[in-house]
Every structure is written in C-alpha cells, then in structure tokens.
Design a protein around this ligand. Structure first.
Ligand code: G4P
Length: 524
C-alpha cells in the first residue's frame, strides 16, 4: 500500500537533557518545516517544543497533535511521536512505544547510557522495536567514540554498527567519516546553529591531507569495529539485535540530515499488526486503530478527553463512524475532529502509521481498538509496566467514600495509575502504583475535580516489584518485614513488593522455592 509504505513512525528515547527537544527541531528544520530553528527555539526565552509545535504548525501548515509531529521529507511522511520524558515520566511514556515502528536512541556524548534511556530501551527490546542510535553533543568534550560503542555491547547487548564516525575527538568536531563509502563529510557552522549546517564531501586522500592524525584515527577505529562485528547489516537492525550509530550535534545541526535520511531509507514502514488471536490485519484492510494515550483536560468545567490513536490499517477519513471493539459501541469522529480542527489543524485523512487525535473521546480508554467495516478486529490491550512508586489512597472526606471508589476504579481502568488491593487492606484503602510519581498528582487532581472526592495519599516504602507466580506463597512473602503481596485490579496479577533488593535477596536465600518473576519491561 503506497501511503503506508511512505510512513516512518518513530519516537526518540533519551534521558532528560540529552537534547531531544533540540533534535526534534533540527529534524523538522531539515524537513523544511521551519525555516530557522531559532524561530521557535531561541536561546533566550526558550519554550518547550511541544508548545512550539503549534507555532510551527501555524507557520507551515503541518499537522500536529500534542502527541505527534508530522512532516513530509522527500517522498516520505515522517511521524515523530512525543515521549513525555521529563518530570512527567510515566506509564504514558512507555505506551507511546507501542505505537511506533522504530526508535531513535539519543545519547549525550559525555554521559552515554543513562537511567531513563535504559528503561525506555528495555521496552523497545521487549517489543522488538528496531533502534537507531544518535550520539549527540559531539561538539562538546565527552567520552571516546569507542567507549560509547563498548557501552552498547556491554550494558545492553546491542551491537553498534556505525554509519558515521566522528573525525576529531568530542569537543573538536569537524565532520564524520561516512562508514559506507569511506568519504569525509565536513560540516560548517552557521550562526548559532540556526540554519541547516553546510556539508561538503571530501575523498579519503583529501581528508587525510586536511585532517591528518584525526582522519587516520577515525579510519582505524572504524576498521576495528567492522572487524568485531560492527559492519552495517540492515537485517540485524530489523531484528533489533544491532543498532546503526550516527554521531552529531543537534544544536549545531551536524549529522541531523543524515539521521533523517537513514530513517527514511532504513527504518521500517508500518507492518500489519496482530490482533488478539494473533492474526495479522493487512494494511489495506478497512480502517483500524488503537488508542495508546488518553489525555484529560485539566479544566474541571470541560471534562473532555483527547484520545490519541495510531492507525493500523485502511484509511481514516474525518467524519467516519467507527466501532469501539472493546464496548461494541459506535464512535463518531466528525464532531471530534472539527473541534480539534479549530484548535489545531484539521486532519481529514490518515493512513497506517499516522496518529489521530480524537477529542470528546470520554468513552475511549487506553488500549481500545477502533475499526470500521468488516471484518471487525481487536488488538491486544497495552501492557502494564513495572511500577516503582506506591501509595495508599484513602478518601480525605469519608462522606465521599462511594465517589472515591468510583473514581479509583475509573482511573485504574484508564491506566492513569495501577490499582492494587488486598483483603488485608480492604477496599477503602487501595494502593496506587505508578511508574513515575507524577501519575499520583494526576490521579489526586482528577479524584478531586472530577469525582469531588479528595484523596489522602500515603507513600509506601516499596521500590522493588515482582510477579508472584504461586498465589499459595503469599504468606511466605509476607512473613518478611518490608514486603507485601497485592493484587492488581485490572488483570488479577499478584505483585510481591519489597522495600529493596536486599529484602528480596534474603527471602530468596531462605526460601529457594520462592516463585517470583520479573514483570514486563520497565522500572525493574
Ligand atoms: P531534552 O529535550 O532532551 O531535555 O534536551 P534539550 O533539547 O532541552 O537540550 C538540553 C540542553 O542540551 C540544552 O541546553 C541544549 O541547548 C543542549 N544541547 C542539545 N543538543 C546539543 C548539542 O548537540 N551540543 C551541545 N553543546 N548542547 C546541546 P540548555 O543549556 O538547557 O539550554 P540552552 O540555553 O542551551 O538552549
């Protein structure tokens, strides 16, 4: 299918400060979405890119939701999904990765693999998502290129396959060796990195004459890597066992164009998604999509929800009436899209790989499947991730206990937080579990504003969670101080919580028969 084949839908995974916002702008700049990066991201008076996307949209008429940035590049249509990754790191961040076909792992040259990047990478690995690596900030002193490559092998077992290699150590960045054809790509700076950097290609002899030692070193290092399994092989990238690596500087716009070219040339287009029975739905089957993110307006007067869905098959046309496979109910997209149109851009048509934002979507939940026409389809729900933060929730106003319970059930079913219960704690005091603490704030806010049921949260000291494989071992786990077993409401999974690794370790030593296993990828 032509339109689906043109799509490249990906997300950037990184630790805060690695340069994701800067890279997003630089990518958009190269796609000529904006004429000057500085126009939306001045050094002074800096704003977040998410809000900047609106300005970019107005300037260039590109289609944006707060979840995705879409732009054309050559014949391709690029969908860059936002992974909220700063203070609000949460389960949402992980779920976005269920909607992409590939990911760009962005590393800070001075820091290498950082905790949040590792967590997100785990999710990619779990889903076999091919990952490209972009080593950013090479214009600043940092680790050695070989050291960074070693990290990939040693810490996450991913074979680096450099496509470019820096000439000049970090901090003295002039260009890259193109590992595919052996030429030297020399960059030239533009004022403040505000426009696309100049690029000039030199043959190896000229590169040697001009760069001397630095060129020799770059060629030696790449030969070394090639000899130890780092020769580029697209099939290993698709199999997610190896990662193409590029070096650059987002802020100077060095190496960003190549990243975009590589994404378009190498990253996979949408492929048929499997339904709950494991049958792949062809891309040209009638429209289907699944909801991967639901955002509730924080304005209590307007409890409108925006649901973001990724198109998996067929063509979405504004106004079509689709079926929500979870409830069997129809969902009209007309009004929703018009409202979105007033605020943002009107999206008339979308194809597999695209993200549609549906407002007034109060009936939609994360994981829901939408489809039109026959045959019907239902995609698997989205996985829950290993929570790392826990808090007991109690109604602050006992007179509102009923509303409180209703609210907790609602938030649990939406996946805002995970709701855990046990007979011991009783229904009145469920435990909320979250991947990031921001989720508690959102939950508390919604309980108060939407259900008029203010909540008192008491944080619990647990930080380690495992699945309890044998329910009969509940008492055994709870015999240790600093541990507890709770049942997750949404899927009935028994979770064993421990204050720390040590507590779990001691229990395991004392009871080798203890049957616990890691939850799906996430904060382990
Ligand atoms: P994030 O979205 O991943 O959190 O990172 P963001 O783009 O906000 O970048 C974090 C900081 O790193 C910013 O500096 C940004 O300018 C800088 N940065 C991003 N890419 C590069 C790069 O390639 N080289 C260098 N040297 N710096 C880079 P800041 O001081 O927070 O803001 P600003 O005042 O510099 O804009």
């Amino acid at each position: 299918m032509g339109e689906a084949g043109r799509r490249r839908t990906f997300a950037v995974i990184s630790h805060p400060d690695a340069g994701k916002s800067t890279l997003t702008e630089a990518l958009a700049l190269h796609a000529r979405v904006i004429s000057e990066a500085g126009a939306v991201h001045g050094k002074a008076g800096r704003r977040g890119v998410v809000s900047d996307w609106l300005a970019m949209e107005q300037a260039r008429g590109i289609s944006i939701t707060s979840a995705a940035l879409q732009f054309g590049y050559g014949d391709a249509v690029v969908n860059l999904l936002d992974t909220p990754g700063h203070a609000d790191f949460s389960e949402d961040t992980y779920r976005v990765l269920s909607a992409v076909d590939s990911a760009v792992m962005l590393l800070d040259a001075a820091k290498g693999l950082e905790p949040q990047t590792l967590k997100l990478f785990d999710v990619c690995r779990d889903r076999d998502i091919p990952v490209l690596t972009f080593v950013n900030k090479w214009d600043r002193p940092g680790l050695e290129a070989l050291e960074l490559c070693d990290e990939l092998v040693e810490r996450i077992g991913l074979q680096p396959m450099p496509l470019t290699w820096p000439v000049g150590e970090a901090g003295r960045f002039r260009g890259v060796l193109d590992c595919l054809d052996g030429s030297f790509v020399r960059f030239s700076r533009t004022a403040g990195g505000a426009t696309a950097a100049g690029e000039e290609r030199l043959d190896p002899a000229s590169a040697l004459a001009e760069e001397g030692e630095d060129w020799v070193r770059a060629t030696e290092e790449t030969e070394l890597l090639a000899a130890s399994g780092g020769r580029f092989d697209p099939s290993r990238f698709f199999a997610a066992t190896a990662t193409p690596v590029l070096f650059g500087s987002a802020v100077l716009n060095f190496g960003v164009r190549r990243l975009l070219d590589v994404l378009v040339e190498l990253a996979p287009p949408p492929t048929p998604r499997s339904d709950v029975e494991g049958r792949a739905r062809p891309l040209d089957a009638p429209f289907s999509a699944f909801v991967f993110k639901v955002q509730t307006g924080m304005d209590p007067a307007h409890r409108d929800q925006v649901a973001f869905a990724r198109v998996c098959s067929g063509v979405f046309e504004r106004g079509m009436v689709v079926t929500n496979a979870t409830t069997g109910r129809p969902f009209a997209t007309k009004y929703a899209q018009q409202v979105l149109g007033q605020q943002r851009s009107t999206l008339d048509t979308a194809y597999p790989g695209d993200v549609i934002g549906l407002v007034n979507a109060n009936a939609l939940r994360v994981g829901d499947t939408l489809h039109a026409g026959k045959p019907a389809v239902r995609y698997p729900g989205l996985p829950s991730f290993a929570p790392a933060h826990f808090a007991v929730a109690r109604p602050a106003d006992l007179g509102r206990a009923k509303q409180f319970r209703k609210g907790i059930d609602q938030l649990g079913s939406e996946g805002v937080v995970q709701v855990l219960r046990s007979d011991r704690r009783g229904d009145a005091a469920p435990v909320l579990a979250a991947v990031g603490p921001m989720q508690f704030e959102v939950a508390a806010h919604r309980l108060e504003t939407e259900f008029n049921a203010p909540v008192a949260l008491e944080r619990l000291p647990y930080s380690v969670v495992r699945r309890l494989d044998d329910p009969a071992q509940r008492a055994l786990v709870e015999s240790r101080r600093g541990s507890e077993v709770l049942t997750r409401a949404v899927d009935g999974t028994d979770l064993a919580l421990f204050v720390d690794q040590h507590t779990l370790g001691v229990l395991r030593r004392l009871h080798p028969e203890l049957a616990v296993s890691a939850l799906v990828a996430g904060a382990e």
